[in-house]
Design a protein around this ligand. Structure first.
Ligand code: GDP
Ligand code: NAG
Ligand code: NAG
Ligand code: NAG
Ligand code: NAG
Ligand code: NAG
Ligand code: NAG
Ligand code: NAG
Ligand code: NAG
Ligand code: NAG
Ligand code: MG
Length: 474
């Protein structure tokens, strides 16, 4: 069993709280009509010239002058009156946003300017006796993308500390059907050959053989020693990591007591051959980096070749070669309904209202920017979004079912939700305009590469004209 899944034992059962907590008031179709009036839908323009990516018209809610549309205020007030419990749940969901929001806890390491400015960092061909190891210790309840991002941070550490990085295994998300659960490896997630151009990536077996299956010393983020934030999660993850990887790791009594002690540990780390790096998503820490180095890592932090090829095929055919936009419809607010395994999901009604409102904004945006197709990436439980977009006459709405066809023979063979998710992420990465979810690590994975290319990423939370206050678009 994948350790990251195993570590996910104690996720909160918020869903229990959701049920029965509120009743939504509004007749959905009436709302759509009203919204249509307010936003005055125009016919979609014909295929025309495509502007440069940088010219995409992006207006904020305030610029659009739509903050004061009365109908939305009434709706919002009324919905919030009935959904206090649900709101708290969403606030909680927001705060456990998978560490995707960038907390910048740079450690006090002097950046190696010389090294950082190098356009290419080639890993040395190290002999076994030369190798010094860095083992990323990562164990918490979050989903795969969070751990993918954590591994990316470990890459920066490995480069900075000039160490061989031990491969991390990943797990599947808790919403995954039983038949598809289990460990997923580096080579199913990333292009390891590309990664190896800049870091010396080594297997668990290599580490075990040369380190007597023992991590001698662990680095902890000095910024989070004295606030105690690391003790509990480390104590909790420690045994699980030991059992899963079959290695010995210093226990929590080893955590330094002061920030200065932790910093000293970091500074003396070169003398330790078999070193661990404790990464707690949400208490992210990073080594300072130059823009060049960040770019270099992003360029070598790519999906496996077969996944990228599938996405390129989609990019070629989805809109007859014309640019398409993509949206990541995360529907996190209603995700916990899946956990409770009951048919009732009261918040789904508010989500649907919000989705209908967002559909109108999306339609207008596409019209403004001469985009005629949209790829909708979503977790399988959110397929209603496709219907909502089509009903709102958004042009060229495509989801996974539309690419899992004879036209795309490789994609048609794809059954594993973990891989489907990676593919959809890559499709979002390659799209012309991408509308994502603010604090989703999944969105961040797609956006990282786009940022490097100067391609825009919008977030639903800032983009929508109206949303139900109970619904989190973060
Ligand atoms: N196929 C697919 N799966 C998704 C999508 N969004 C979320 N998921 C699934 O839900 C999980 C979300 O967890 P995580 O990776 O932690 O990202 P986050 O929760 O959005 O920050 C993903 O790993 C997928 O399994 C999507 O757009 N498409
Ligand atoms: C919401 O609650 C406030 C305070 O209880 C009340 O004055 C207001 O009328 C309610 N609004 C709606 C639309 O129910
Ligand atoms: C993090 O903070 C450091 C030092 O304050 C700064 O140099 C660096 O650019 C920041 N990184 C990000 C991603 O904001
Ligand atoms: C490392 O070894 C490989 C093959 O053994 C060789 O192709 C490559 O050029 C070497 N790289 C360096 C930096 O020496
Ligand atoms: C990095 O480590 C290798 C051996 O593992 C060594 O040959 C090389 O000189 C080191 N580079 C730096 C910049 O310290
Ligand atoms: C992928 O990685 C796993 C675990 O390290 C390994 O067992 C497997 O052989 C690798 N597959 C390929 C195709 O390299
Ligand atoms: C390897 O670790 C075991 C368990 O801690 C220890 O008994 C043994 O002496 C170690 N071997 C070496 C070569 O350090
Ligand atoms: C933690 O490790 C220390 C030193 O190895 C040991 O003395 C102590 O008993 C361990 N504590 C637990 C709870 O295992
Ligand atoms: C589309 O363009 C119009 C006119 O510039 C603007 O008022 C509107 O806010 C834009 N809509 C979106 C969703 O970008
Ligand atoms: C959101 O998720 C809920 C719970 O799984 C589902 O019932 C609903 O259809 C989804 N709605 C949208 C618009 O994605
Ligand atoms: Mg998650």
């Amino acid at each position: 069993m994948a350790v990251l899944r195993f570590c996910r034992l104690s996720r909160f059962l918020y869903a229990v709280l959701v049920f029965g907590a509120f009743v939504a008031y509004f007749e959905v179709d009436v709302l759509t009509e009203k919204l249509n009036e307010v936003f005055e839908l125009k016919p979609i323009a014909q295929h025309g010239d495509h502007r440069d990516v940088k010219d995409l018209e992006v207006t904020t809610n305030v610029e659009r002058g739509l903050e004061h549309v009365d109908i939305t205020k009434e709706l919002e007030e009324a919905i919030s009156n009935t959904t206090v419990a649900a709101k708290q749940i969403n606030d909680k969901t927001d705060t456990v946003s998978d560490g995707a929001s960038a907390i910048n806890d740079s450690i006090a390491v002097k950046i190696d300017e010389e090294n950082g400015k190098q356009s290419q960092i080639e890993p040395h061909n190290r002999t076994t006796s030369e190798k010094r190891y860095l083992f990323p210790l990562d164990c918490d309840n979050n989903g795969p993308s969070v751990h993918h991002l954590a591994f990316r941070e470990a890459m920066f550490f490995a480069i900075q500390l000039n160490r061989s990085l031990v491969e991390l295994n990943f797990g599947t998300h808790w919403t995954t059907d039983v038949e598809f659960r289990g460990p997923r490896y580096m080579n199913q997630t990333f292009d390891v050959d590309l990664m190896k151009e800049i870091i010396d990536l080594v297997t668990l077996d290599d580490f075990k053989k040369n380190c007597n299956s023992t991590i001698d010393k662990v680095l902890f983020n000095p910024k989070h020693i004295e606030d105690g934030a690391l003790v509990k999660p480390y104590a909790w993850g420690h045994g699980r990591l030991q059992d899963y990887y079959g290695i010995r790791i210093p226990n929590d009594s080893y955590i330094p007591k002061t920030n200065a002690e932790a910093q000293a540990m970091f500074d003396s780390s070169p003398s330790t051959r078999c070193l661990g790096l404790y990464i707690k998503p949400g208490l992210a820490w990073e080594v300072p980096r130059t823009e060049e180095r960040a770019k270099l890592v992003n360029l070598h932090f790519q999906k496996p070749v077969r996944i990228r090829k599938m996405a390129e095929d989609v990019t070629r055919k989805l809109c007859d070669g014309k640019p398409y936009m993509a949206v990541h419809w995360r529907n996190k607010s209603a995700e916990d309904c899946n956990r409770a395994k009951t048919k009732s999901c009261p918040i789904a009604k508010d989500v649907a209202l919000t989705a209908k409102s967002a559909a109108i904004d999306i339609r207008n945006f596409m019209q403004n920017n001469s985009l005629f197709c949209i790829y909708v990436a979503l977790p399988p439980y959110s397929k209603d979004m496709l219907t909502i977009l089509r009903d709102a006459k958004v042009p060229g709405v495509k989801g996974f079912d539309d690419i899992s066809t004879n036209q795309y023979p490789e994609i048609a063979k794809l059954k594993d939700p973990y891989e489907i998710s990676l593919l959809e992420q890559e499709i979002c990465t390659q799209s012309k305009a991408f509308l994502g979810t603010k604090f989703s690590a999944w969105t961040r994975m797609a956006r990282l590469y786009r940022d490097g290319l100067g391609k825009p990423t919008l977030t639903l939370n800032d983009f929508v004209t109206w949303k139900a206050s109970t619904v989190s678009l973060k």
